[in-house]
Design a protein around this ligand. Sequence first.
Ligand SMILES: [Zn+2]
Length: 423
Amino acid sequence: MRGARLLVVLFLLATSSSVLAATKAIKFGKLVDGTGRVYTNAVVIVEDDRVQNVASNASIPSGAEVIDLSRYTGLPGLIDGHTHITYYWDGITTPRYEPPRHPAITVFLAQENAQKALEAGVTTIRNLNAGDGTDLAMRDLVNMGKMIGPRMFVSGLGIRITRSTAPPAPVGIMADGVDAVIHAVRQVIASGADWVKMFGSTGGFDDVTEFQTFTFDEMKAAVDATHALGKKISIHSYGPAGARDAIRAGADSLEHATDMDDQTIAEMVNRKIYYVPTIDHNQYYVENADSVHHFPPGAKERLRDYIQRNFETAKKAFQAGARMVVGSDAVYAGWGLNMRELDWFVKMGMTPAQALKTATTEPAAMLGMEKSLGAVAPGFYADIVAVAGDPLADITAISNRENVRWVMRSGRVVVDKTSGTGR
Ligand SMILES: [Zn+2]
């Protein structure tokens, strides 16, 4: 199975470079372009890595390679706003307690996560926290066309306060005090990171505690040092205190953030800070607590309680007009489930069209890529997904990865499950 998949990847690598320069005409029964427009009998013309034209019933340029996906609905490539692509699970050991690996091995193995992301329709990720430059290496290999995977925006090492050094050793830079935080931010950016990630509270894996870690002054210093160098910063907070100070400090995005009060939510809305609640992430942990992660007794109950409060907080934020982004927080066996977060968003009251924005135009704007990502439109990257079903009627056409039939990234077909399924 894995061997077959590898062969497919190698085949795509071998064939795509030779045909990349050709003009492609892709036909969809229906195309949801991401800007609010819906085309029937759409023809998308792709030139190299970009979309050249989109129209209904358009004539096909002579010599163009025709890809007939009329049975499917076309969509922009999906963006996952919060991932951990280098957290690889071998299917045997307990994640986080596996023997240490050389960084090059991690990069090689994490290609499986990259492939699973593509198969879920994810063509861009923002990856928040990775050790040893493994995320930077993957980003660069993907950009070089030498690794098949989603386009990556990465944070390198996350910034943490000093805490326990007991195993498993946390990935990140430990920094305490304003000066150390400024130094850490500059170090991360100098390493080549696109974003800075700061852990503003405890909480993660089976730990759902919400204690604030960095002070307001430390967060403000980190935000200012990041912005001074033209970058953006994401602050993790499981609880309300860290969230309040992250918002006051002017973070560009806020992760998790359960139990926020109305005032914090109002300020987040006013400042147009992106909120990435990552609700489904803990559902993944509940489902895999025993079989994969071997969490201690009581963990599932604590996680379920956290999920409920996380959902209620996110719902309040949505109703208050927050700019929300899908973040799977995908780790280990969670790769491929990246878009399940959309089900929670619809459950809290979003229409499928609103939910789709949280995986397309909103994260594209968060990344500063609103003119090249998040839509199927002239001049945009040819990141296009074909799904079975109508996602505007039923979001599971996207959130259930089984419905993703075909994926193009930067003009290259990277997933093709269109033959032999009868759908
Ligand atoms: Zn995370």
